[in-house]
Write a protein that binds this ligand. Sequence first.
Ligand code: G6P
Length: 496
Amino acid sequence: MSEDHDGGYDLVVVANRLAVDAVHDEDTDDTGVSTDASGRRWRRSPGGLVTALAPIMRPADAAWIGWSGSASDSPTLEPFDAEDMHLVPVHLTADEVKLYYEGMSNGTLWPLYHDVIVPPEFHREWWDAYRKVNQRFADAAVETVAEGGSVWVHDYQLQLVPALIRSRRPDVKIGYFHHIPFPPVEIFTQLPWRKQVVDGLLGADVVGFQRDSDAGNFLRATRRLTDNTTKGDQVRVRTSRHLTEERYVRARAFPISISSEDFAAVAAKPEVRARAREIRRELGEPTTILLGVDRLDYTKGILHRLKAYGELLSDGLLKSADTVLVQVASPSRERVEHYKLLRDDVEQTVARINGDHGGIGSAPINYLHQSVGMEEMAALYLAADVALVTSLRDGMNLVAKEYVAAREDLGGALVLSEFTGAADELPQAFLVNPHDIDGLKAAIVRATRVEPAEGRRRMRAMRRRIMRHDVHRWADDFLGYLAMAAPGPRPTQEDS
Ligand code: G6P
C-alpha cells in the first residue's frame, strides 16, 4: 500500500481471525502463499468470514485487525501488507488461545448461540480472558482508525469491542456484524455475563444479524436486560449517568452472501468442468452423487445426514451400487472437547455404513477429513446431483449459496435445513427439519428423483436470488446503513 496512513485508515475491520494465517516452515505447499517484507509466509485463512470479506477489502483503503491463528508468548508480529491488505496482527498467548478462543468463544458462546446442541460451559476465568482480549482488539482499532473513520467489528468472539472503542473514540462510526445466530432470550439469559454482552454490542451504531429472527432476539434481550427502550429496529440508549443523553442503535438483518460472480466463473472454467467429469469417473460413474461440505462441527447435522443416508441404503431406497455420498469435513477447533468427540462419532458412523454396504473397491461414503481448495470444491459441486446441508442451527451457511452459484447449468438439487439463514432466501430448495429423519430421508429421495424441468425451475429461482444478492451487495448495504448513522451522543431534554 503506497499511501501514507499516519492519520489512520478510513475503514478498519476487526475480526478474531486475520485474513491470513502464518504458513509454517515445514509446509512446502506454495498454493495461495504470499510473503511479507520480512520473509514470513502467509495464506488466506479458511472460514466463511474471510471468504466473505476478502473481495471487498482488496480495493479499499482499509486495514484488517485480527489474530494470526497461532499462539506465542512473545508478541513479535508488526503490522504488514499481504494479499493487498494492511494487516494488523493481535497477539494471543497460548493461555489466551485456551481461555478466550477455545474456552469462552467456542466452549461457551458457540454452543449457547447454537441452540445448546451441546451444553455450554461457564467459567469465570474464560470470561476474564475474553474481556482482556476484547480490550486488546479494541485498543488496536482505536490506534488504527482515522479521525471520523469507521470500524466494522465481526462476530461473537468480539462482542465487547464496540462499547470499548466508543468509550475512547466517540468520533468514529462503529458497526458490528454477528455471523452466527443470536439465541432466544430464554437461552441467552443463561449466560452469567449477558448484560455485559448486550451493553458491549450496544456500543455500535449498527448491529447486523443474518436473519430477522436474530435481530428480534437481540432486541428482546435488550429490553429484558437493560433500561433502554426499542421502537422497530431502533434502540434508544441512554448514555449519561443522569440519563440526560441518548443515542440510537439500529439492529436489523443483513444476510451475508458469497462473491457469486467469482464463484460462478471458477465453476465455468473448462478445467474445473473437466475435473467434475473426472471426479465422477473416479467415483465409478455412480448414477447419483450426494455431497456434504462442512467444517467438522456439531452444528452441521453431519450425524443426522449419515443416519438418513445409512437408512436409505438399508431400506433399498438408494442403492449402494450406484450411489455415493462424498462428505468433505474440514478440520476445525480440534482441541475443543466436543469437536474431538464429534470426529470420533462421525468417523465411526462412516466406517460402519461403509462396512455394512460397501464392496471390494467401492464404498458408499467417500469421506475426506481435509480442507478443499476453491477449484476442487467447485468441481465437486458440479459433479454432485444433490447437495446436503442439514445444519441443526447455522447463521447463514455459505456452502448452500456456493452450490447454487456453481450450477449455471441449472442441474443439481439442494436439500437445505430450515434452521439455516440461507433457508430464508432459498425457499425453492428441498427444505428439511434434520431432526425428522423420515422427513430428511423423503427429501433426499425426492431430490434425487426430481424431474429435470422442476429441478431447473428450482435452481433458476435460487440462482436469481444468489447472483443478485452477493457479498458486495451485503457489504454495501451494511456500510451504507452505517454511513447514515450519526456517531456520538445526542443531547436531549433533562430528565426530571
Ligand atoms: C464461523 C464463524 C467465524 C469463524 C469460522 C471458522 O464461520 O462465524 O467467526 O472464523 O466459523 O471458525 P474458527 O474457529 O476456525 O475461526
